[in-house]
Design a protein around this ligand. Structure first.
Ligand SMILES: *[C@@H]1O[C@H](CO)[C@@H](O)[C@H](O)[C@H]1NC(C)=O
Ligand SMILES: *[C@@H]1O[C@H](CO)[C@@H](O)[C@H](O)[C@H]1NC(C)=O
Ligand SMILES: *[C@@H]1O[C@H](CO)[C@@H](O)[C@H](O)[C@H]1NC(C)=O
Length: 275
């Protein structure tokens, strides 16, 4: 006869066993996700151009993010390989780049640039990427790979920047950007900077049709979350309000004719994405 005690013991073992497997799968899952953001040896850096004039000058100073030490690495050149975006020397402090060091070169594989705003220098802020796993919000710290569950991400650009394309920004924050911030109240990541992954849109927009609309009609468009326009048909021209929004500094006005009256719809995009 098996005693009640041993049955309880066996049940306990079973429960522990199930729990242990759960934990293991959960962990390997997490490791996989982290790996996606950190392909082998890809590390993230802020950078500044070396403007000294000498034979072995003119390169770049790189500083690893989230590393806690302020030591800079010097490279002679950036190697963009297949990347279609290049870094604007004069604004090099606005980028966070991912890549690998190869001798005296930095091989760039990921380029992000921050949304224009008044920069706040706060050493307590750290660099993260957001990701969603089984409908839960996580952030992964760049370079360390440290993962943490959060309640969500809060940023002030969608409410503070005049006429910013909110749906685009939300999509970027959730899937295609680097966030500089700190975990604040109720475990929300409070992002003070959003670094937009470049190029944006990821792929060039499809060419738009050149529709011939009948008299009194104009082609109308909508804008998708990737900022590409979509043809919505010809619409009867209506009366439009004449007010044109003013964009904040370093944001540029974009407009297109929209439904229902063919009136212009306006957005303010970061100027570095427009020019
Ligand atoms: C780099 O930035 C400067 C200042 O914002 C701008 O005048 C210049 O056109 C930019 N260069 C390129 C190649 O985009
Ligand atoms: C706008 O961009 C310029 C050049 O990149 C920079 O010097 C300036 O501080 C920016 N201003 C604001 C308000 O973001
Ligand atoms: C955004 O606006 C709020 C209130 O209007 C203000 O407290 C906050 O500092 C602003 N944030 C930025 C980044 O300008």
């Amino acid at each position: 006869m098996i005693s009640t005690k041993s049955i309880i013991f066996i049940l306990l073992l079973l429960v522990i066993g199930i729990y242990a497997t759960e934990t293991v799968t959960e962990n390997t899952d997490a490791v996989e996700k982290v790996k996606k953001h950190h392909t082998k040896k890809t590390l993230y850096y802020t950078l500044r151009k070396d403007y000294r004039k000498c034979a072995s000058c003119g390169g770049w100073f790189l500083k690893q993010v989230n590393s806690g030490d302020s030591k800079e690495i010097y490279v002679m050149a950036l190697d963009y390989d297949k990347h279609t975006t290049t870094i604007n020397d004069t604004n090099s402090d606005q980028y966070v780049v991912g890549g690998t060091l190869k001798k005296d070169q930095f091989h760039v594989s990921d380029i992000t640039r921050c949304l224009p705003a008044i920069a706040k220098k706060d050493s307590k802020l750290r660099y993260y990427v957001y990701h969603n796993e089984k409908k839960k919000d996580y952030i992964v710290e760049l370079n360390t790979g440290k993962k943490e569950k959060v309640s969500g991400v809060i940023e002030q650009f969608s409410t503070n920047v005049s006429h910013i394309h909110k749906e685009w920004l939300e999509a970027k924050v959730k899937t295609d950007s680097i966030l500089l911030g700190a975990i604040g109240k109720k475990k929300f990541l409070e992002a003070s900077s959003v670094f937009i992954r470049l190029p944006d849109p990821k792929k060039p927009c499809k060419a738009l049709p050149l529709p011939k609309c009948t008299a009194g009609h104009v082609p109308a468009f909508s804008r998708q979350v990737d900022r590409c326009l979509k043809f919505e048909g010809c619409v009867a021209e209506g009366i439009c309000t004449l007010s044109i929004p003013v964009c904040d500094t370093n944001y540029s006005l974009v407009s297109f004719n929209s439904k229902p009256n063919g009136c212009p719809k306006y957005y303010c995009d970061p100027s570095f994405l427009v020019n």
